[in-house]
Every structure is written in C-alpha cells, then in structure tokens.
Write a protein that binds this ligand. Structure first.
Ligand code: NAI
Length: 441
C-alpha cells in the first residue's frame, strides 16, 4: 500500500454542488421550478445529438458508478448500445440499502426530475424505449416525489410518445423493493422486477448483454444518473475539472454514527477523510475522542484516526486500503468495543444473506457464532484464526458482492484492532465494558 499523504484541514466550508445543486433550492414537486433551473434542457440538447455522441461525451467525462463499484458509466452505455436487440431497458438502482447511506434518498426527494431526465437521455443513447426505477420500499418520500415527477414529465411531453417532437418515445415506471439488502445487487434487482425472489444471477453475462427479461440493460445508481444532465449541458471537460484524474467529478458523502453533523455534503473526489470528519462533519459529537471511522458503508473499511489523511476516490481502496464505497463516513467514539461492532456488522450480513451460496450463508453464521463466543469471553486464539479464514474464504468463494464484501469490514477491524480482540480472548477484558462473561451453571 502507498504511504498516505499528509493532509491538512482547510478553512473551506462550501460544497461543490452538481447533483445536489437543486436540493433545497426548488420545490421538488413543481416541474416548472426544475425547468427554471435548466431542467430538461439537457434532454432537449441530447435529442439533437446522435446517440453515439452522447455516449462519447459520457465516456469522455470519466463518470463512474456512484453506487460504490465505480464502473465507467459510458462503457456500460456503449456495451448496451452496441447490441442490436429490438428491446432494451434502462434501470435505475434506487434500492439504497447500505447502512448509513441516504444520499440517493435525498436526491430523489429533493430533485427527482434530475433522475427522470437522465433516464430518458440514457434511453435515447442506448436505444431503449422503457425504463424502470426500482426504489427501496421504505423510501416513502422518494416514491412520492419520483411518482409526481414521472406524471408531470408525461404531461409536459418529456416522457411518452415522440418526446419533444424528436420521434423518440420512452416510458418510465416505478417498482418497489421490499426491504431486502441483496436486491440492491443489480442482478437480484432484475430478478425482483421480473417477479422472482431477489437472488443474484451469475455474472457474466453482465446486464448490458443480458439483463431485464434477458434483454440488454443499462443499470445505473441514482447519484450516477443525476450527474448526466449536467454533463450533457456543460460538457465532459467541465466535469473533469472536478475531482481526481481517475475519478472525475464529485461525491455525495453521508455522515453517520458519532459524527457531530447529520446529513450529506457534496465535494470533489479526492477530499480526505480528515477534511470530511473535522471540517464538514464538525468532528465527533460531544467533543469525544475519535476511535475509528468506517468509510464506504457497512461493507467498507474500518480505519484508525491516523489513516484519516487518506484522499477518497475510486483508487483509495487499491492504493491505501480505504473504501470509498457508497460514500458513508461513520465516526465511532471511544466508548465502543470492536468485538461488539464486528458482531453487529456480522449479524446484519447474516440476516441479509440470501442463502444461495454456502460461503456467504454459512460464513456469516459461523462468524456470528465466533463473535458471540468472543463477547462472552469464551473464544480462543484458534477461533480468531478461524474467523480470519472464514472471511478470506467468503471473499474468494461467494457468489455475489454481499458475500464477497462482508470480509472487508471484518478483516479491517481485526487488522487494525487485533489487540482488542486478543484482550477479549486472553484477558477476558473489554475496554468499553460492554462484553460480559456469562457464568456457566
Ligand atoms: P461489480 O464490480 O461486480 O459491478 C459494478 C458494475 O459494473 C455492475 O453494474 C456490473 O454489471 C458492471 N460491470 C462490471 N464488469 C463489467 C463488464 N465486463 N461488462 C459490463 N459491465 C460490467 O460490483 P457490484 O457487485 O455490482 O457492486 C459492488 C459495490 O456495491 C460495492 O463497491 C459496494 O460499495 C456497493 N454497494 C452499494 C450499496 C448501496 O446501497 N449504494 C449497497 C451494497 C453495496
């Protein structure tokens, strides 16, 4: 891993708003207010361009998937556009289930038309006439605002037949999730739209080859899509003036846990964890001591305060072992116990594992069993080794992203705080006083 550069905390407080530019500025239920701030101008411009010119602009912008994985958006569009299938689809993944992540919710609630407009542009670019937006069922406000946005877009001629007289037609419908984390995995999401149980499919083939109902499909996250109208309006060069070389643009970060501030901030890619926590997040609530930070969501890495100088972009995991993921910055203060945190994380993944593959189904169960033993001060050093091996095996052998990623938080906790795990095993000591020895009768 590269040496983390030494970061400083700036005085800057303002954000760089691309996808959040309308949030709080317009009435999200009023299409006229969206139009007054350049809304649907990108669609009008795109409809005058050739589909391949749009794809070239998105490719050139370097926009990458904001759901967490960072796959180049323009490439996805290009793969799908190349297919000569008569039916193709655009799907928006709005099943935001990563704990601590609520950026897509705020974008859909605050600026729903930006997502609708982007989906129509994507449809025109790839040659699709139908789109679905799959929204997390508990997101009542998002569903309400997206529903109103779709209905108004039809009324204004931005959706439906012969959009703005271009000859291009596009329909958009909503589908609701029902509380399964795994349905945010794109192929499980497609299964769910098709009316099947939400279980992942084998990849490849990737959705651009065989997606919804077996047809070529582009699936993009809400935040990814919300960037598209601004890129079409202002150009790829403008977009690339923000962020880093490998990760242009901005990222919406969500504060969670013991960070003083609640809410989201949009900042250029490459901002450091330190800047986020102390400058924009207001530090740790109650002025307490920071013990660790989890970046990227529950499936992300736990890092020590010393690693907070890390700049966050799509390379930070490869370069420094720190996840960008969905953009969560979860602060944890000094009252916490690592075994308790690990147990909490693993109980979540055990509950959400769909059970399709053994490595994830049994791996999450076994990890919970060992961590419960550890929290009762009954575990041995062999159990700790077993826990590491289970995590490594699940990372290699799991069928989908869920099983492949629960080892990331688990192994980063063990790597950075191993002495606390050992204190539970050898000294029956919990620094936070949360774990208790259970006397056997
Ligand atoms: P992935 O790397 O398998 O795929 C990412 C995207 O790239 C997918 O759309 C996939 O179809 C596409 N892709 C990859 N290779 C391709 C190819 N050769 N041709 C065409 N398309 C290709 O990652 P995955 O499993 O989709 O997502 C994992 C990420 O999801 C993690 O980084 C995690 O941070 C994030 N995540 C986000 C959540 C949220 O609520 N936002 C919840 C859970 C996980």
């Amino acid at each position: 891993k590269e040496k983390i550069p030494n970061a400083y905390i700036s005085e800057k407080k303002e954000e760089t708003k691309i996808v959040t530019r309308n949030i709080g500025e317009i009435d999200p239920k009023n299409i006229e207010e969206y139009i007054a701030r350049d809304g649907y101008f990108a669609l009008a411009k795109a409809l005058k361009m050739k589909p391949e010119e749009i794809i070239e602009e998105i490719k050139e912008s370097g926009l990458r998937g904001r759901g967490g994985a960072g796959f180049p958006t323009g490439l996805k569009w290009e793969f799908t556009a190349k297919s000569e299938a008569s039916q193709k689809y655009v799907v928006c993944n709005a099943d935001e289930g990563e704990p601590g992540t609520y950026k897509d919710r705020l974008i859909m609630e605050g600026d729903p038309h930006s997502v609708v407009e982007a989906m129509i542009i994507a449809g025109y670019a790839i040659g699709a006439t139908k789109g679905y937006i799959y929204i997390r069922g508990e997101y009542y406000g998002s569903v309400e605002n997206i529903r109103k946005a779709i209905s108004d877009a039809y009324e204004y001629g931005f959706l439906g037949d012969n959009i703005l007289g271009s000859g291009f037609s596009f329909d958009l419908s909503i589908r609701l999730g029902a509380g399964a984390y795994v349905c945010g995995e794109e192929t499980a999401l497609l299964e769910s739209i098709e009316g099947h149980a939400g279980r992942p499919r084998l990849k490849p083939p990737y959705p651009p080859q065989s997606g919804l109902f077996g047809k070529p499909t582009v699936i993009n996250n809400v935040e990814t899509l919300a960037n598209v109208p601004q890129i079409i309006l202002n150009g790829a060069k403008w977009f690339k003036s923000f962020g880093t070389e490998s990760s242009p643009g901005t990222k919406v970060f969500c504060f969670a846990g013991n960070i003083a501030k609640r809410g989201i901030v949009e900042l250029p890619m490459g901002v450091t964890v330190k800047e986020l926590v102390y400058n924009y997040g207001g530090g740790i609530a109650g002025g307490r001591k920071l013990k660790m930070i989890q970046t990227g969501g529950l499936a992300g890495t736990f890092i020590k305060p010393e690693q907070a100088d890390t700049p966050l972009d799509y390379d930070s995991y490869k370069n420094y072992g720190v996840s960008l993921g969905s953009g969560v910055i979860l602060g944890i203060d000094d009252r916490s116990c690592v075994v308790d945190i690990a147990l909490n994380v693993m109980r979540f993944f055990r509950h959400e594992s769909c059970g399709k593959c053994t490595a994830c189904r049994e791996g999450t169960r076994a990890a919970v069993t060992i961590l419960e033993k550890m929290s009762r001060f009954e575990a041995t050093l062999k159990d700790l080794d077993l826990l590491k091996n289970i995590a490594k095996l699940a990372a290699d052998a799991s069928f989908c992203g869920l099983g492949q990623s629960f080892p990331i938080p688990l192994l980063s906790l063990i790597e950075n705080f191993e002495e606390e795990f050992i204190a539970h095993i050898e000294e029956h000591r919990c620094a936070a006083g949360l774990c208790k020895k259970v006397e056997k009768k």
